[in-house]
Structures are given as C-alpha cells and as structure tokens.
Design a binder for this molecule. Structure first.
Ligand code: BES
Ligand code: MN
Ligand code: ZN
Length: 499
C-alpha cells in the first residue's frame, strides 16, 4: 500500500493529533513542553505516579485523550540523564518517538526539547533522521489492509524545534543520507524476480540526476576484460550479469578516489552445490553489499560530498542449470590467477575477485572497501551485532571501527594470516574458492579476496551476512533489508576524506 509519511520541522505547537514529548529522569520537561501541558494541570504527574514512570531512559508513558489538552494522545518518553546524551542518542530518540506513534494517527507532533539547554540544531536533525529511518516500511506489494486495520494512508508528522531554519540547515546533509539508506533498503527488500542484474543496473541510472557518472558493462564487455570469475557465477542463469561503475567527483581534480565495492548476487540458490530449501528465500538479499554501495553514492552525491568516490558492483544470479558451472571447474580471473571451483555456493568471492582487481587497476584508489553478504560463518562468529571487518591496513581498519562506534553500525576486526591463506591453495589451480573444512569460513573467504587486491591497495572487507538483512531490529530500523553500511561509510568519508 502506498502509505506515505511526511516529516517536517515546525515551531512548537502541540497540534490536534498525537503529541510526543521527552522528559528527564526527574520528570522535568523543557519550557515549551511545560507550556503545552499546562492546561492539563497535574494530570501528567498523577499518571506518571500511577504508572511508576520516572523518565528513565527507554521508558515511556501514554495518555489517551488527556483532559484539558487538545491532542488525541500524549506520549512521554524518558531520556534519563540529559547531560549524558550524545548525538547518537538523539538518532535513537527520534526512532523511539516514531515507533510510539500509532499507525492510525494521521497527524502528530514530536517536541524536540529537553529540560535545561535547548536542543542544538545538529541534535534536532539527528532526531529527525532517526524518525525518518524508523518510518520506513516496504509495502509495495501489499494490496490489501489487514482485517480491521485502520492505518492512516497519509501521516503528517511535525518535529517541533526552537530554530526551524537552523534545524533544516543541519538536516540537509542528513536528508541525503536518509535517502541513501532508504534506497538501499528498497533494493534489498525487492524480490529477485523483479530485481535481477539488468534491472538492478537500470535502477542505478537514477544516480545520473545527482551528477554521478554511471557506466553499465554487459557480458560482452566483461568477457573482453577477462572477468572469468564473475561470469562463471552467472553462466547458469537466464538473466545476464552486469557490472556497474558509479563515479562521483566532488573532490579535487587529480585527487585519487576512494572506492566502494559490492557483492550483488541478486539471488543465490547455491548453484549446482544447491542450498537447502528452508530459508532460501532470504537469498534475494544476497545483493545487500551492492545495495549499500548504491545507497552510499546517493548519499555522497546528494550532500555534495567534497570527495572523489567510485562505486563498483558486480551483479549476477547464481542458478543451477545445464549451463551452470560445476564443482571442479577451473576459471581464469581478470587478474590472470586461475581458480578451482570447489563449491558453487562460494560465489560471492568469485564475483568480488574480478571487481576488486578491476577497481584497483582502473582507479588506483586511496583505499577500497568491499561489502558482501559473504559467509554464514561470520554470523556464527559475530551474530547480528557486528559485521566482520578484515583489512590489510591498520589505519583504515581503525577508522572503520571508530565510524562504526559513532554511527552504531558496528564492525569487529578479524584476522588475516598466511596460515589461513594456505587453506585455499588448490591442487589444480592457483587458488580454490573454499577451504577444505568448514573452520574459519569467514576468514578463508577474506583470504581469498586478499589474493585479488592488486598493487597492495589499502583494502577492507566487510562481511555483512548478519547485518545486511534480517538483522538486529533497532529503534531506527524495522525493515528486513536494513540499508546497513550507508551511514557507516558516509561517516568514514566525512570524517577523513573530504577536503
Ligand atoms: N550468500 C551466502 C552467505 C550467506 C548466508 C549470507 C546466510 C547471508 C546469510 C554465500 O554465498 C554462501 O553461500 N556462503 C557459503 C560459503 C561456503 C560454501 C564455503 C556459506 O557461508 O555457507
Ligand atoms: Mn552462496
Ligand atoms: Zn551468496
């Protein structure tokens, strides 16, 4: 259903719909909130007492049609100690507020106010970002409402702030980031019958409107480049493979770009080494890495980031078929290295082998970061709390770790050593695409990628199998496709690579 949510900044006015306000741990409110609640007398204090609500962080109190107020519902959200709040907390507070609003409320106001000092524009903007990310729902394919469900088709939500102009200004860049995240989520949520490589590539063309140069390479072009690893994965599919190169030049003319690469397996059946049926539908999300790169390019271009950035994504579908590649096959990658296919389900690394080589050779980037829903093993190791981080460069790894802490998109560094590398030596070719046992599966996958990093380019690999979809539900994300990584990498660029 095409339900819409509009979020705008306004001055403090409670409106006639739902009202969300914040209080600290001693039930104190900001001045505009006090003014808005004054007509209700001691109603809120009495309700709080009856509910034993004290304003602890994470707690809330709800009053339906509170007497004296013109609103349909009052929601009070506790923030705990206000002096301890960081920018990241405001993101969360926006998400929580959005989550507390009933889907029936066509109109609502969220007062971005706390007792004490006024909420700075950056923090109000962060709150807005949280609300916006939380408000996302993928319901493109729902043609009916649930029985008895009376959701508002259009929801108008106002975030009330002290200085509307300043908040809008602070939100401008975040608006682009929000768009990037939502675009990534949409791509991940789309089913594979709709979003196959060619269609995925077509959707990246929207970036042109933002000033991003987009090139789409077809099978013929990739064959010419010698991308035998990527093409081998796609050869069993009725859908042709694609490679998309996106370039945003917001930096100095001759400044080397930063590069972001994504695994875009539009559907992963496992190929001839076919996966079990249970849960296989999730493999429509095996392009979450590529989706993140596209979302990130939208974010960077949308906020006119002062950086030269390239995005490269390898788009394929991994299917079993008469023409599919077999275990035992040997393919030649663009790097010239030959690869023995042990397991056709270890396909993501094959796609990335050619993408990595191509990106390093063509663009000579300052660094490259790839994102891939690469291994189930990384979920065994880290669950859904952290994405796996592998890197050949400590500075890049440390920066990514820090950006993770700042954005809440957490990464945890894993090892790369020659001992793990040995595990992918092949009897017949230069390298094989899977280790012999299942031990250290996420690490051997990363070691494989490292063999295709040309010219010692600083490189980091993010294994997002646990983060890209069906991940941890948070206050700012209730979507299956999470859009994970857009905020992390945008922050990495903003903090270290803009001039
Ligand atoms: N796309 C999968 C990894 C995956 C699993 C992502 C679960 C998200 C959730 C990947 O292509 C794969 O199949 N990896 C294999 C590698 C193995 C065959 C060496 C795996 O993890 O089992
Ligand atoms: Mn696979
Ligand atoms: Zn896969």
């Amino acid at each position: 259903m095409a339900d819409t949510v509009t979020l705008t900044f306004t001055a403090f006015a409670p409106g006639k719909g739902a009202l969300v306000v914040y209080c600290d741990e001693s039930l104190k409110f900001g001045t505009s909130v006090m003014k808005a609640l004054a007509p209700a007398g001691d109603l809120v204090a009495r309700a709080a007492k009856a509910e034993r609500f004290t304003g602890k962080s994470g707690s809330s109190l709800e009053l339906i049609v509170p007497a004296g107020l013109g609103v349909t519902r009052l929601i009070v959200i506790g923030v705990g100690k206000t002096s301890a709040l960081t920018e990241k907390d405001f993101l969360k507070l926006g998400g929580i507020a959005m989550g507390k609003l009933p889907i029936t409320a066509a109109e609502a106001a969220i007062f971005a106010e706390l007792p004490g000092a006024s909420v700075k524009p950056d923090r109000a903007a962060e709150l807005m970002l949280g609300a916006k990310l939380r408000s996302y729902a993928f319901n493109r394919y729902k043609t009916k409402r649930k029985d008895g469900e009376d959701r508002a088709a259009h929801r108008k939500i106002a975030v009330a702030v002290a200085d509307v102009a300043a908040a809008k200004k602070a939100f401008a860049a975040r608006e682009a980031i929000a768009q990037g995240v939502l675009i990534a989520r949409d791509l991940v949520n789309e089913p594979a019958n709709i979003l196959y490589p060619e269609e995925f590539a077509r959707r990246t063309l929207a970036l042109k409107k933002q000033g991003v140069a987009v090139e789409v390479l077809d099978v013929k072009a990739m064959t010419k480049l010698g991308m035998g690893a990527l093409l081998g994965v796609g050869q069993g599919s009725a859908r042709d493979s694609r490679l998309v190169v996106m370039r945003w030049n917001g930096g100095k003319k001759n400044d080397a770009p930063v590069a972001f690469l994504g695994k875009g397996v539009c559907f992963d059946t496992g190929g001839i080494s076919i996966k079990p049926a249970s849960g296989m539908e999730d493999m429509k999300g095996d392009m979450a890495g590529a989706a993140c790169v596209v979302g990130l390019m939208h974010a960077l271009a949308g906020r006119k980031a002062r950086v030269n950035a390239v995005g490269v994504i390898g788009l394929v579908e991994n299917m079993p078929d008469g023409n599919a590649q077999r275990p035992g096959d040997i393919v030649t990658s663009m790097s010239g290295q030959t690869i023995e296919i042990i397991n056709t389900d270890a396909e993501g690394r094959l796609v990335l082998a050619d993408v990595l080589w191509y990106a390093a050779k063509r663009f000579k980037p300052k660094f490259m970061v790839d994102l891939a829903t690469l291994t189930g093993a990384i979920i065994v190791a880290l669950g859904h709390e952290h994405a796996g981080l592998f890197a050949n460069d400590d500075k890049l790894a440390d920066r990514l770790t820090k950006s993770g802490l700042d954005t809440g998109e957490l990464v945890w560094r894993m090892p790369l050593t020659p001992e793990y590398d040995k595990m992918i030596d092949s009897k017949f070719a230069d390298v094989k695409n899977s280790g012999s046992g299942r031990w250290a599966g996420a690490i051997t996958a990363a070691q494989f990628l490292l063999r295709f990093v040309a010219d010692k380019t600083p490189w980091a690999h993010l294994d997002i199998a646990g983060a890209g979809f069906d991940s941890r539900q948070t206050d700012i994300n209730k979507s299956w496709g999470s859009g994970w990584g857009v905020r992390l990498l945008d922050r990495l660029v903003a903090d270290h690579y803009e001039n």
